[in-house]
Design a protein around this ligand. Structure first.
Ligand code: MRU
Length: 367
């Protein structure tokens, strides 16, 4: 997508052909800054500190992390060490494991001297594939927006989204935002309700920023506002992303997604989840019982960071010193609350049958 008019991806290979460029997402929306990763430790730190975040981008960054590790030492032991270090960065998004498995599968049987080139090739393919997938999600998902637009008789379509499942969370286009960008680029009238997404405010900081860069009308709301808007028919459609979809169609996504799905069900608002196939984990069924939920540092909950009126970035405490805080990163929305899954192969029900039928090769791999 464009930043100040210039086509930009969230991760890229630098002109030197080996170091890796990223957008530093911890300083948005106040500053657009890029960083150069040159070592495995740089890549692991970028994922852990959420300079890169969002399930597909975590996978892409991990793939390049392996490339950087192999450049330093292409031995089996170092490959294992790199996989262990990257796997430990964030536990919930399955795309991390998927990307590591993809790289290891192509590198393992290569002689040491061939490994670096093979790994870089695969990492680039993972990135390009993500872009192609998201464009397909956009083509399928836009039909949902077109249907509502027809019913709305020309009034803007109101879409609610949670967290950031936009281009910053992927390599480009985003998942939940792909149908939105596609509709906007076709000239359709739409408006996006952006959940602020406490505690890290990915909605307020990142989704609002990227929608603004692309000229998509949007309004940031407190996380608790969604139910009220749905009761008042101010939301036509909810579209969110996901960090892991189980074999039975349960959806793990940023904390608060479940509450939006409950409110949507109660108000007959269609609740769709956009996902690339690497986000499906056929090895787990019951998301609530089986998906590890990341718990992050309490300071994300007890403080807020923003820009002062004189342009300084400051972090302030918003919870009394001494109060306990808890910071659960994700929750699981049971499949029964999901209207449909927007995938690169079409919109399907959130059921085991539909997932297996649509992605038989992934289901077979997992056996
Ligand atoms: O903790 P984050 O910011 O990595 O969480 C991101 C999300 O929950 C996204 O909705 C999800 O990864 C889908 S991104 C296409």
């Amino acid at each position: 997508m464009k930043v100040d008019g210039k086509l930009t991806r969230s991760i890229w290979l630098e002109p030197d052909g080996w170091s890796v460029g990223i957008v530093d997402q911890t300083v948005l929306p106040h500053r657009f800054a890029t960083l150069r990763l040159t070592t495995l430790d740089d890549a692991a730190r970028a994922i852990k500190s959420m300079q890169v975040r969002g399930a597909p981008l975590i996978g892409a960054a991990a793939a390049y992390g392996i490339c950087l590790a192999l450049r330093a030492d292409a031995s089996d032991q170092n490959l294992e060490r790199a996989c262990a270090a990257l796997s430990a960065t964030r536990p919930t998004a399955i795309n991390l494991k998927w990307a590591l498995d993809e790289i290891v599968a192509v590198v393992r049987n290569q002689p040491r001297e061939a490994r670096v080139a093979v790994a870089y090739r695969r990492a680039a393919e993972i990135c390009d594939w993500d872009v192609v997938i998201n464009q397909a999600i956009g083509r399928h998902g836009v039909k949902l927006i077109e249907d509502v637009a027809t019913r709305n008789n020309g009034a803007p379509v109101n879409i609610l989204t949670h967290c950031n499942a936009g281009w910053l969370a992927t390599v480009d286009f985003g998942t939940a935002t792909a149908p939105i960008y596609t509709a906007h680029d076709k000239g359709m009238k739409l408006h996006v309700w952006v959940d602020e997404t406490r505690p890290r405010n990915q909605g307020a900081s990142l989704t609002a920023w990227e929608l603004g860069q692309h000229g998509v009308p949007h309004t940031v709301i407190a996380d608790n506002a969604g139910g009220h808007l749905m009761q008042h028919r101010m939301v036509d459609l909810a579209i969110v992303g996901t960090d892991r979809v189980t074999a039975q169609g349960d959806v793990c996504n940023k904390i608060g997604t479940y509450l939006k799905a409950l409110a949507a069900k109660d108000n007959d608002v269609p609740f769709y989840v956009a996902l690339p196939s690497p986000t499906i984990d056929f090895t787990v069924s019951d998301g609530r019982a089986e998906i590890p939920i990341e718990q992050r540092g309490g300071e994300e909950q007890s403080t807020m960071t923003g820009m002062t009126s004189d342009g300084r970035i400051e972090t302030v405490r918003v919870v009394p010193a001494g109060s306990n805080v808890a910071n659960y990163g994700f929750d699981v929305t049971p499949a029964r609350l999901v209207t449909g899954l927007i995938t690169e192969r079409g919109i399907i029900p959130a059921t085991r049958e539909a997932l297996v039928q649509t992605f038989p090769e992934r289901a077979t791999e997992a056996r």
